[in-house]
Design a protein around this ligand. Sequence first.
Ligand code: LRH
Length: 460
Amino acid sequence: MLARVGRQRLELTEVHRFPNVPVRLPDGLHWDVLRLYRDVLDGLAAAARSNAGLSSVGIDSWAVDYGLLDGDGRLLGNPYHYRDARTDGVADAVHRKVGERDLYAVTGLQFLPFNTIYQLVAEGDALSRAAHLALLPDLMTYWLTGSLATEATNASTTGLFDVRAGDWAGDLIAAAGMPTSLFTPLRRPGDVVGALRPEVLDDTGLPASAVVTAVGSHDTASAVVGVPAADGRFAYISCGTWSLVGVELEAPVLTEASRTANFTNEGGTDNTIRYLRNVMGLWLLSESIATWRRAGTDGVDDLPSLLAAAAEVPPGGPVFDTDDPIFLPPGDMPARVEDACRRAGARVPATRPELVRSILDSLAAAYARTVREAAALSGREVDAVHLVGGGAKNELLCQLTADACGLPVVAGPVEATALGNVLVQARSLGVVDGDRWALRELIRATQPTRRYEPGHRLSA
Ligand code: LRH
């Protein structure tokens, strides 16, 4: 995404889009990380072609995943995908060494079986060959600049970060049996990382004056900056593959009630806390469509028609628990949804539109439950829900969410993550100034949103 930013100006242009296709190898499910880096370079080259004066680059991605580097900075093996099964059962072994209560008291992190701490333990001997851990956006930053460090918002998703100190949790790292030397110094959103390597300038045509600037490199941290709220009385749903549902706080909530409700305290930009839960998200829908595509079913790539048909399905249909971990791995999603409906004692969806509607109804119910819990556990009053990310394009989901929450839903921007990313860069460069509310005001003034009131019918 190429951005042009000024005090009254915020424009995004998509210059390069590429698929991120995981690869199944004999040893498990991996990201194709060199392909991703190649596409990052191609994207930067496209940006350079459309703007000769490009001044800064900021990188964000999904959380928790990493590459391991040796002492010379060489990548040891291809990074694993967090949906790989190698972490099955690992958490129990870790919790026998460090109890869940103790983990939560330090990290404030929700339990997800793929948190970095469990993935690192699953590495076994491979870990002893590694000198450094590089979370994926930090790996890209390292390849672009030669500078290796860990951006703090993403570090907060590892399960090895002390949320109150805002630093690596040394005692916990030692208790989990890992060398502290694996973890590189932290950088914060807004820090200038440095210039691009000469090979990168060659490959992309970017000017030597361009720098890489640290942003909220956890995509959700950037997305929350990109929420166009005017005051703190909002909940957000950052809605893409995952739906991250919660509120923004000034301090973590580390109570036992919060732990048992599995709420997370992830680090935000400007020393905020993203108090949220992971809801399974549009993965349920995208993996259903992928399953139908693999089976050669006609018409499954026409999402607008599928959603229009789902909107015609009468309300009150089957609802299931979207948080069931059976939905995590890739594979036959419709079969798992049908099974979950059966186990919930609900009718099994009989058609594709019914199955899509069941997914959206179930997600909306999960969003409403999570917004209510986030407000209750944090004491934060919420009078609007901001739904940002790709899901903001899904009118049916937005309306069902407003209905289920009993609150207005403000949908958009779709590109909240990119907007949050570039605004933190622009502030670091002195192009804009002010706190996160000033950044959000610029988003409100420049980006369209759509408001959904509870109880309204969608017009065709
Ligand atoms: C969303 C996200 C989420 C993490 C998951 C791995 O893209 O970063 O916040 O929990 O991916």
